[in-house]
Design a protein around this ligand. Structure first.
Ligand SMILES: [Zn+2]
Length: 56
């Protein structure tokens, strides 16, 4: 893993990137950790990875 995962508290909506301000939403990625699969979001502009607590 060569990226940081930024934990975000989901408050209303998650559309604007907290890192760079990009406001058109996110790409998705999934990461298996032990018994769960985390649903992570990647900013298309600055490529920060966010975890808003979703699992699949
Ligand atoms: Zn960004």
């Amino acid at each position: 893993m060569d990226y940081d995962i930024i934990k975000v508290q989901l408050d209303g909506e998650f559309k604007i990137c907290p890192s760079c301000g990009y406001k058109d939403g996110f790409h998705s990625m999934f990461r298996k950790e032990g018994g769960i699969t985390r649903w992570l979001f990647i900013c298309p502009s600055c490529h920060s990875v966010f975890d808003i607590g979703f699992t699949v």
